[in-house]
Design a protein around this ligand. Structure first.
Ligand SMILES: Cc1cc2nc3c(=O)[nH]c(=O)nc-3n(C[C@H](O)[C@H](O)[C@H](O)COP(=O)(O)OP(=O)(O)OC[C@H]3O[C@@H](n4cnc5c(N)ncnc54)[C@H](O)[C@@H]3O)c2cc1C
Length: 478
């Protein structure tokens, strides 16, 4: 390790020690049905969100926690798996998991690794470095993370606890926790979408962006990319750079969307107080933003546009797809196109029933469509399927009383977006959204223990000072 990094790590420990107040432990572990102490919080997902949440909890002296991830260490989230851009899309100065501790920011780490001049000259953060930073962050703040552990079922357990069934290479274990946070990423409450018209195609001809794609096999081939967000361009670029003969990108809209609504909303007022708005305003804003979808940075576009064999088709939704002897025939209002392989960059959809973790409550999770009827011109069945979360990011019941235990399952993902605005699945919202979630978790834990706190207060008899009383003088006694 270089000297600058060693010095930075020492500074971080000093910064954390200086800002640790109040340090008193305030939680007493509850015993689970297995007679072992249950966790106060189990965080599912060790991507950037899970790590930041765990850090926030530890800073609040909630340290009886565990973070689980089904991936191997270093393979969490998209960065070294299915992300196909060279650099992050967000500006380099956006802070995130550091939760506003300057020495823990990406910038501090980058400067310690590569020097201040290198940071000044850096345009966007290389994604592999972001992944490396996250691993460093996890080590330096000493987070309790276990990899290779997939939560495959959550159910209620005795004593108001939750039971999480965890699949590991050694078998199935059951862990008990007072609260569970699902920081399970973009597809955490559903899955990636393949448009209806393409769903019948085999995997050998069609994949979505989160699936593995062997780009070397696309050399000399005709590739179709469906969608026009940043991931669509990343995948088109990866195919072009791998030597595809032609890449055709099909955009449903008449004109491609080049505005980035997430830039507009990046101000403290929106990020912090969006969730305090009434349903009508929350729906109006997030429907407009999520229907617009995210724009793509210039560099993302340029990476494709520099290839003469890249073709952008606007106003070209895929109406039908036919498997042929050669590959696929795609029918669009702009004509019929042939492709050897299709990549769908069409985002995610909510589908609670499709997630193992949610199998015991999927049908009773309240969604926006249950709670709010928008005006005709603001309808969106897709967004109506987003969970309608409580103010601590907890799931709410569709039918009260059927699954009351879901009030201890908190969701921090793209699925939280309709209720909270940018929160999970966004670097720029982390410094406002993670503390809000941590606040909700500590509030729940504190309230649930109020009888114990009262008893503890009543039993508290530690004198803060010793008072010396003079003996009464002779003759003053009565
Ligand atoms: C290609 C791509 C590029 C992006 N680029 C940017 C960008 O430049 N800037 C920006 O601000 N945002 C970006 N985002 C959005 C967002 O920052 C990322 O999606 C980010 O990974 C979200 O972090 P997360 O921790 O919420 O989820 P993830 O990083 O996806 O982590 C979720 C983790 O949960 C684990 N998991 C899921 N289910 C289970 C289970 N049942 N049991 C155990 N573990 C489980 C997964 O293995 C995964 O590691 C990008 C997203 C994508 C997909």
């Amino acid at each position: 390790m270089n000297n600058a990094l060693t010095a930075l790590e020492a500074r971080i420990h000093a910064d954390l020690a200086r800002t640790a107040h109040p340090e008193a432990a305030w939680l007493t572990p509850r015993l689970g049905p297995d007679d072992r102490p249950a966790l106060d919080v189990l965080v599912v997902g060790a991507g950037q969100s899970g790590l930041a949440i765990a850090f926030g909890l530890m800073r609040s002296q909630v340290s009886n926690i565990l973070v689980l991830d089904k991936s191997e260490k270093g393979q969490e989230g998209p960065w070294l798996t299915y992300a196909r851009m060279h650099t992050l899309r967000s500006p380099k100065h956006f802070t995130g998991p550091d939760l506003d501790i300057p020495s823990l920011t990406y910038q501090s780490w980058h400067e310690a690794r590569f020097g201040e001049e290198n940071w000044r000259r850096l345009d966007l953060i290389p994604r592999a470095l972001w992944a490396e930073y996250l691993l460093w962050f996890r080590r330096i703040v000493d987070l309790p993370v276990r990899n290779g552990c997939e939560v495959i079922e959550i159910s209620p357990a005795a004593g108001g606890l939750l039971a999480a069934k965890v699949q590991t290479s050694a078998g199935i274990d059951t862990m008990f926790a007072r609260k569970i946070v699902l920081a399970t990423g973009q597809e955490g409450m559903g899955d990636w979408i393949i448009p209806e018209s393409l769903r019948h195609l085999p995997l050998s001809l069609c994949a979505h962006t989160a699936q593995p794609v062997d780009f070397t096999s696309l050399r000399g081939k005709q590739v179709a990319v469906i969608g026009a967000g940043a991931s669509a361009f990343d995948n088109a670029a990866a195919a072009l750079e791998a030597g595809a003969a032609e890449v055709h990108l099909f955009c449903r809209r008449a004109e491609i969307q080049v505005i980035q609504p997430y830039r507009w909303l990046t101000f403290r007022g929106f990020l912090r107080h969006f969730c305090d708005l009434d349903d009508a305003w929350r729906w109006r804003f997030m429907r407009a933003i999520l229907e617009m979808r995210e724009g793509f940075p210039q560099a993302t576009y340029d990476r494709c546009a520099r290839h003469a064999n890249f073709h952008l088709h606007e106003g070209a939704p895929i109406e039908a797809a036919k498997e042929t002897a050669r590959g696929v025939e795609l029918q669009t209002p702009r004509g019929v196109f042939s492709a050897d392989f299709v990549i769908c960059a069409t985002g995610i959809d909510m589908n609670f029933a499709g997630r193992l973790e949610l199998q015991n409550c999927a049908a009773n999770i309240a969604v926006w469509a249950d709670r709010y009827q928008p005006p005709m011109d603001e309808r969106s069945p897709r967004l109506g399927r987003f969970p309608y979360l409580a103010d601590d990011y907890a799931l709410r019941e569709r039918v009260a009383g059927d699954t009351p235990w879901i009030a201890d399952i908190h969701v921090f993902a793209i699925a939280s977006t309709m209720s909270f605005g940018p929160s999970g699945s966004s670097i720029n919202a982390m410094t406002t959204a993670v503390p809000k979630l941590v606040h909700g978790l500590t509030r729940g834990l504190f309230r649930a223990d109020i009888e114990r706190h009262w008893a503890s207060f009543r039993a508290y008899d530690v004198p803060q000072a010793v008072v010396g009383r003079q003996k009464p003088a002779m003759g003053e006694e009565r």
